[in-house]
Ligand binder design. Structure first.
Ligand SMILES: Cc1cc2nc3c(=O)[nH]c(=O)nc-3n(C[C@H](O)[C@H](O)[C@H](O)COP(=O)(O)OP(=O)(O)OC[C@H]3O[C@@H](n4cnc5c(N)ncnc54)[C@H](O)[C@@H]3O)c2cc1C
Length: 413
């Protein structure tokens, strides 16, 4: 028996997050009959909580010709085509057309002036303009590929389409709807998945070793942070935040994406200051405690905690041995520490790894060996830096896919 008209679509998009909503709207506006399905109660929960509730929706510094600068993955160049065809300027123009006021904060990061809800309303309006059918909440129990069609058994009945777009994101923040659905579908169709791990995530440290710093929770300061050796070395100049269990803040979130378990991170707590020279000079003119001298360059709470590590540092600077001052300076500018782990998917902003880009077309995001099956957004092994890069990948990959859908589904040619 042929499927009822109401359940037959040109394309089904699973996942009504950033990438899924944008793709569905774009494809609908190109004349496709699109169904958008999501199991959660609300759409785009990650857009809602993004950027501290203001959505850091893109980044002006993104260079599509050199995506490896701001994106990680087994092949960081994979995202070049999609990013070049839908740029931050394109998305900024869309935001402007919807009258959403925004501003640039730091290092090219663009945020809404009011609330992330403005962006969710915009994405829903784009879907409405494309006549997208929206089933939510709706569970997808099973996906089959039969006679050139994807057949989905859902809690709202069966749906069929020649094209299936997986936009179910990564594993981070399961409590607002993240699942491994996309990876399971990839495996079902024999597509490889690069091992996943939490990224843009706070790092944690062993309880005893962390004890001297646990009292610093809440303290933030600008640092230079790095990890890796030689060609694999990565460094960021950003703010560091002490937490009860370890370190967070933009510096640590950024470096966490590059950090490999069991290896150290190195932190310069007073970047741009020659602490050794400053302390040796202070020795000839000051009788202040070393901690008080240090407080000229780092927050005093940190200075007080820092000197607790060695009795030789708990005295007036003029009474300290040169060697002790040099050791203190060395440790402060090259604080080397090995995280025991991270806060995991519970707190990670993104998931690194995902559907292997080798299996996908960089032009269309279609699986090379499975016609009509597409993967977009975070479910793919493309991970951006903090600062709007992950959303720009969601918009750009959704756009590339929507263009391909309209071509492949609108008849011959
Ligand atoms: C706290 C936080 C703040 C962030 N801030 C920013 C920021 O300011 N700027 C930035 O660029 N990036 C930010 N990110 C990252 C960004 O939110 C994601 O990279 C982006 O949302 C990925 O888009 P996506 O559409 O691929 O996935 P998501 O937006 O995660 O959407 C996936 C959708 O799929 C649905 N889904 C999952 N499983 C199933 C299933 N089994 N069946 C049906 N539906 C399913 C989910 O309910 C969800 O609606 C932040 C992330 C977090 C967690």
């Amino acid at each position: 028996m042929p499927a009822p008209e109401s359940s037959l679509f040109d394309a089904i998009v699973v996942g009504a997050g950033a990438a899924g909503l944008f793709c569905a709207g774009q494809a609908g506006q190109r004349g496709l009959k699109v169904l958008l399905v999501d199991h959660a109660e609300k759409v785009a929960e990650k857009v809602r909580i993004s950027g501290g509730g203001r959505c850091n929706f893109t980044n002006r510094d993104l260079d599509p010709r050199a995506p490896q600068k701001h994106f990680l993955g087994d092949n960081p160049n994979f995202c070049r085509s999609a990013l070049a065809r839908y740029t931050p300027t394109d998305f900024i123009a869309l935001v402007a057309r919807h009258g959403i006021a925004h501003h640039e904060k730091h290092k090219g990061q663009l945020f809404g002036d009011h609330s992330s809800d403005d962006f969710i309303r915009m994405l829903l309006a784009e879907c409405a303009a494309g006549g997208v059918t929206h089933w939510q909440p709706c569970q997808v129990a099973r996906v089959d590929h039969r006679d050139g069609q994807y057949v989905l058994q859902t809690s709202r009945g069966e749906a069929r389409a020649a094209s299936l777009v997986i936009a179910t994101g990564g594993l981070s923040i399961p409590k607002i709807g993240a699942t491994d659905f996309g990876y399971r579908i990839a495996r079902q169709f024999d597509l490889p998945v690069v091992a996943t791990r939490p990224a843009l995530v706070p790092l944690t440290f062993d309880g005893d070793a962390w004890a001297p710093f646990a009292g610093l929770a809440g303290l933030a300061l600008p640092v230079r942070i790095e990890t890796g050796e030689k060609k694999a070395r990565m460094a960021f100049d950003e703010d560091l935040l002490f937490t009860h269990r370890g370190l967070s803040g933009p510096a640590v979130l950024q470096i966490s994406s590059y950090w490999k378990e069991g290896t150290p991170i190195r932190v310069d707590l007073a970047p741009g200051v020659d602490i050794a020279q400053q302390l040796l000079q202070a020795k000839s003119r000051s009788r202040k405690l070393i901690a008080n001298e240090l407080a000229a360059w780092v927050p005093s709470r940190l200075a007080d905690a820092w000197v607790q590590q060695d009795p030789a540092w708990q005295r007036p600077v003029n009474e300290a041995a040169d060697k002790a001052l040099l050791q203190l300076a060395q440790k402060l500018s090259k604080w080397e520490l090995v995280p025991t782990g991270s806060e995991g998917y519970r707190k990670a902003e993104v998931t690194a790894g995902g559907v292997d880009t080798k299996a996908l077309s960089s032009q269309t995001l279609e699986a090379k060996t499975q016609p009509g099956l597409y993967f977009i957004g975070e479910v793919v092994d493309v991970t951006g830096w903090l600062g709007g890069y992950n959303f720009q990948w969601a918009w750009a990959s959704a756009h590339a896919c929507a263009q391909a859908l309209s071509r492949s589904s609108s008849g011959p040619g």
